[in-house]
Every structure is written in C-alpha cells, then in structure tokens.
Design a protein around this ligand. Structure first.
Ligand SMILES: NC(=O)c1ccc[n+]([C@@H]2O[C@H](COP(=O)([O-])OP(=O)(O)OC[C@H]3O[C@@H](n4cnc5c(N)ncnc54)[C@H](OP(=O)(O)O)[C@@H]3O)[C@@H](O)[C@H]2O)c1
Length: 233
C-alpha cells in the first residue's frame, strides 16, 4: 500500500489525488485550513507550529510516507489580481504570494527531511509553467511568476541537499496545465474546453509522473508538466 501525505489537501488537485489514492487501495493523510470531519486530515494555517503538530501526529501513528504532494498555491485574492502591467505591482500582494507559493512549500521540505531521510519517497511540489524564466515570452503576472520561479530555485536547492541527507528521496516540480479550480476560475474564459483539465484527469497524470520520477537522478528536481515534458528553468 502506498501512503500519501497531501499538504493543501482541500485544493482541487489535493482532493483529486486523495480520491485517486483511495480508489487504488492506497491511503492518505493531509494538512488543510479546513479539515472538516475527515479523520485523515489535520488543520493548519500555513504556520510552522501546526505543520509540526500534523507531521508528528502521523509519525506517532506509524504512518510511513511513500509520496508527498505539496499543492498550496495562490494566484489572486480579495484585494489583488495578477498584474497585467508593472504599474499594478503591489508590494503586499507580491510578499503574500512569495509566502504562500515559495516559502510555505520549502518550510514543508525543511520539516519533512528528518521524517523521510531513510525512506524511498517521492515529493511532488506544484509549480507552474509561468515560473519558468526561459519560457517567459508573454510577461505579466509579476508576483505569481516570481513566486513560482523562487519556488523552483528553493526546491532545486533542497534537492541538492536531499541527495546527501536523504539519498532515496526524489523531488518533482509539477505543472498541472490549466486545471479547473478556484485558483484558475477567473482566468478560464479564453481557454478552449479541451485544454481545461479536470482535477481528476490531472491527478491521473500526476500519478504517472510519480512512477517515472524514480528514474530521475538524485540532486536534480524534475520540472515537468502533466504530460511528462520537461520544462526549462
Ligand atoms: N489550476 C491551475 O490551472 C494551475 C496551473 C498551474 C499551477 N497550479 C498550481 O497547482 C497547485 C494546486 O492548485 P489548485 O488549482 O488545485 O488550486 P486551489 O484549488 O485554489 O487550491 C489552492 C490551495 O492552496 C492552499 N492555500 C491557499 N492559500 C493558503 C494559505 N494562505 N495558507 C495555507 N494554504 C493555503 C489551500 O489548501 P487548503 O484548502 O487545503 O487549505 C487551497 O485550497 C497550486 O500550487 C497552483 O499554483 C494550478
């Protein structure tokens, strides 16, 4: 049996991966801001203390993690939207996205290392194609792009250290494509129906990429899209 840990478990993708895990006879645990009455979920508010509480609860329970999915992310908020022009740049929005999209995932990697250091485990962190500097020909979306580019650097840096301290762990930066979710909702209008993926479809792609991840070398995070194509940094 494979055991998943999903951080951001109530995200559209997190829920779909949890469903897929159960359907395959696997199991999951998760951290989310709203655990509701699901006993497999623990509450957190994106802070270090509640992250540690959740992780130690599952360690005490003897839950041995096979795969981690970190799918926290934010693109827009009540008071801000992705910038079309540099004039719209707002420092509070930029810092908020840096915290959620870059700092929170690497904080998870910090506290996961001692837990998975002797395991054959896979860690998937949700990134985005717009976080690729080499691929950026369109511009715009300053804060989201920069936070995902920072995430990529943080995860690659962690991959170098994990190769020494947790040599059987592999790390992936996963780009889901355009997926129907609260995050993408306001930006779906121009997307052709066949290019707007359901979370269940993307979860199926993610599970395939996880199987391929073991072939990737330690020390190099694999920045890859839903269909298995490597994305340039
Ligand atoms: N949808 C797309 O088209 C698309 C494209 C490229 C990349 N992505 C990336 O894929 C990942 C999953 O996105 P999604 O589309 O499934 O989005 P989503 O349904 O909007 O989920 C995002 C989740 O992030 C967590 N989150 C947001 N703000 C947080 C905060 N302040 N503190 C703690 N957690 C917070 C929440 O998890 P809980 O509700 O569990 O607390 C939220 O449900 C994200 O990293 C996103 O950037 C999505």
């Amino acid at each position: 049996m494979q055991r998943w840990l999903v951080i951001g478990a109530r995200s559209a993708l997190g829920q779909a991966v949890c469903r897929a895990a159960l359907a395959r006879g696997d199991d999951y645990r998760g951290l989310t801001r709203e655990p509701g009455d699901d006993p497999r979920l623990c509450g957190w508010q994106g802070d270090e203390a509640s992250l540690l509480r959740g992780l130690s609860q599952w360690q005490d329970e003897g839950y041995h993690i096979s795969h981690v999915l970190i799918c926290v992310g934010q693109l827009h908020g009540v008071e801000f939207a992705p910038e079309k022009r540099i004039d719209e740049l707002d420092i509070e929005a930029l810092l908020a996205l840096m915290r959620i999209n870059a700092a929170l995932p690497v904080l998870c990697l910090k506290h996961l290392l001692p837990i998975v250091k002797n395991a054959h485990a896979n860690i998937v962190v949700c990134s985005a194609r717009v976080g690729s500097i080499g691929d950026n020909a369109l511009g715009g979306w300053y804060a989201y792009r920069a936070s995902k580019a920072a995430l990529n650097m943080l995860v690659q840096t962690a991959a170098v250290e994990y190769a020494r301290r947790a040599p059987e762990v592999r790390l992936m930066l996963f780009q889901p494509g355009t997926m129907d979710s609260p995050l993408s909702k306001p930006f779906q209008r121009g997307v052709p129906a066949e290019k707007l993926f359901s979370p269940d479809f993307v979860a199926g792609c993610l599970l395939k990429r996880v199987e391929e991840l073991r072939q990737q070398p330690a020390g190099k995070a694999w920045f890859v899209d839903w269909q298995g194509q490597t994305i340039p940094w």
